[in-house]
Ligand binder design. Structure first.
Ligand code: TMP
Length: 211
């Protein structure tokens, strides 16, 4: 059986990733594909426990380096138990955030050096790399307003301030510019239906999902 495809959704806060992820999963299933929808940090029971630790509490509860290690502990469990087995069975895995979030949040915005992050990527991800990464791009003030309007307690990163979120945006755009074959930037400052059409065009154009 051929390996499935691995699609990741990335971007700052309030870019509408989760809504768009549900829409993409429905469309892929409509094409008759087996799809596993998942998220990071989390996606497996152990990784969801780490998510609780890392996303709740005061903004300075963890240093950026500690966050990096917690994210990678969660990621390894998720990869071993969910992502790799699904890809091996031929399913398509659609994941709300993955390794680029660590590069952008803890790296570009948090100041963790690229050496640690690159070493963790090599050791922990091995060959489990996304086939396509959709980078949802939105001015940070618009995204933060949307995120703050949403109910929910996981506010550690939303509460870090506009300068952090500006660095985050630049970090994601730099990743997309450095790896254009893997990444597609989606302008998320549009209606849900318009953004959905942009996502579908990228998935079909890059992965031939409708073929
Ligand atoms: P979300 O489910 O709203 O996307 O929230 C996840 C939060 O975790 C979000 O603020 C980004 C943050 N995060 C990191 O800082 N580093 C990571 O590696 C991942 C996966 C998420």
């Amino acid at each position: 059986m051929s390996r499935g495809r691995f699609i990741t959704f990335e971007g700052g806060e309030g870019a509408g990733k989760s809504t768009q992820l549900k829409r993409l999963v429905a469309r892929l299933e409509g094409e008759g594909r087996k799809v596993v929808a998942t998220r990071e940090p989390g996606g497996s029971p152990g990784a969801e426990s780490i998510r609780e630790l890392v996303l709740n509490g005061a903004a300075d509860r963890w240093s950026p380096t500690t966050e990096t290690l917690l994210m990678y502990a969660a990621r390894r469990d998720h990869i071993e138990r969910v992502v790799r087995p699904a890809l091996t069975r031929g399913a398509w895995v659609v994941c709300d955030r993955f390794a680029d979030s660590t590069r952008a949040y803890q790296g570009a915005a948090g100041g963790v050096g690229p050496a640690l992050i690159s070493a963790l990527e090599a050791e922990v991800l091995e060959d489990t790399r996304p086939d396509l990464t959709l980078v949802f791009d939105l001015p940070p003030d618009v995204g933060l307003q949307r995120a703050q309007a949403r109910a929910g307690g996981e506010m550690r990163f939303e509460s870090k301030g506009l300068a952090f979120h500006e660095r985050l945006r630049e970090g994601f755009l730099a990743i997309a510019a450095a790896e254009p074959a893997r990444c597609a930037v989606i302008d998320a400052d549009a209606s849900l239906d318009e953004v959905e059409a942009r996502v579908w065009a990228a998935v079909c154009g890059r992965l031939g999902a409708d073929g």
